[in-house]
Design a protein around this ligand. Structure first.
Ligand code: PHE
Length: 341
């Protein structure tokens, strides 16, 4: 009898020492102790031959072994390891998970660059509401009601009120700035604008503009051209521009700004349609009517204004083929800008 008790104690020690997360090892442990032909079955068989006065002590020992083996089996299956020991399955020597670093959106990157370039020559920033009234978006800008040029900018109206709309350009911010300040003034107004246009690879109904405004005594067209040249040199590294006559209701004379992009690569041919020139923005001398509408005396002051679309420029700078990429929030696209500043 003594010898059976010793055997049980040895098995108990074996059970306690068992430690594994390997499914095959755990299964063979189960078969060894709790299987049909396992150690416990044998011990229960031996129980019959134990003298009656020792049955109690012996029974307790077998039960203790059975409970220990069952508990160990459960514990191993859950992979939790023994609860009262401080061992752990975490391997602290493994390399850590890399931390994902966020990236600025390409439009934000470009907007910041444009702001930076103009702030070096004294331009401040101004902002205004995206939901505008007719006065600031149209009328004050020399676009009275029924003016045919209103059709140039397909407008989203807010509900049925024709006086409240989503601004179609950030020129509305310039009107607000002129109304609230006195010359000289030099301000840049970046912002989101809305036009009721079909969405395609080239155009979207929501996009971003940066417009600039400079008003002082004796501001001339030559000042405008020089400022734009400084800008295109700084942003694109291109030092040749041309101004083509154009029309905007709020400027007179008006011009489109083309930069000479060059014709060195196949892509240059494609994006400039074989001409080497690229249109990047609109500009002009502020129409005297606009100055008057904003309580600035056109006899005393003159000024220039310019406006550009950020998406268009970002597409050129980063070689992006489809404007819709900017708004889809595809991480594979956005992550490509994580190293840009
Ligand atoms: N507001 C014009 C547009 O949205 C751009 C522009 C601004 C043109 C200032 C000339 C002067 O197209």
């Amino acid at each position: 009898m003594e010898h059976l008790i010793d055997q049980i104690k040895a098995h108990l020690a074996e059970v306690e020492a068992f430690q594994s997360t390997d499914a095959a090892e755990i299964e063979s442990f189960r078969i060894q102790f709790l299987g049909k032909k396992g150690i416990l079955t044998d011990l229960f068989a031996a129980f019959k031959d134990v003298p009656n006065d020792q049955k109690k002590a012996f029974g307790q020992q077998i039960n203790a072994l059975k409970m220990a083996a069952t508990a160990k089996l459960e514990e191993s299956k859950q992979g939790t390891g023994p609860k009262n020991k401080s061992t752990t399955t975490t391997d602290f020597s493994r390399p850590g998970q890399p931390i994902e670093v966020g990236a600025l959106h390409p439009i934000s990157i470009l907007r910041n660059q444009v702001i930076d370039i103009f702030s070096r020559i004294g331009f401040t920033l101004s902002a205004g509401p995206e939901i505008e009234d007719d006065w600031h978006n149209f009328t004050a800008l020399n676009l009275p009601e029924h003016h045919p040029a209103r059709d140039m900018q397909d407008t989203f109206f807010v509900q049925t009120n024709p006086d409240i709309l989503l601004r179609t350009h950030t020129s509305s911010v310039q009107v607000r700035h002129m109304e609230a300040n006195t010359p000289p003034m030099r301000t840049l107004s970046p912002g989101r604008v809305f036009r009721n246009e079909d969405i395609s690879a080239r155009s979207h109904c929501v996009f971003h503009q940066v417009e600039g405004l400079y008003i002082d005594k004796n501001v001339s067209f030559a000042d405008l051209k020089q400022t734009l040249l400084y800008f295109t040199k700084s942003l694109f590294g291109k030092s040749k521009i041309r101004l083509r006559p154009s029309y905007f209701p709020f400027t007179e004379p008006s011009a489109e700004v083309d930069i000479y992009w060059g014709l060195e690569t196949e892509a240059d041919y494609r994006i400039t349609k074989g001409t080497g020139w690229l249109e990047v923005m609109g500009c002009g001398m502020i129409d005297p009517n606009v100055l008057k509408n904003c309580n600035i005396d056109p006899e005393e002051y003159s000024g220039y204004a310019f406006g550009m679309g950020l998406e268009r420029m970002a597409m050129l700078l980063y070689g992006i083929e489809d404007i819709r990429m900017f708004y889809e929030n595809d991480l594979r696209f956005l992550k490509q800008f994580s190293s840009a500043d």
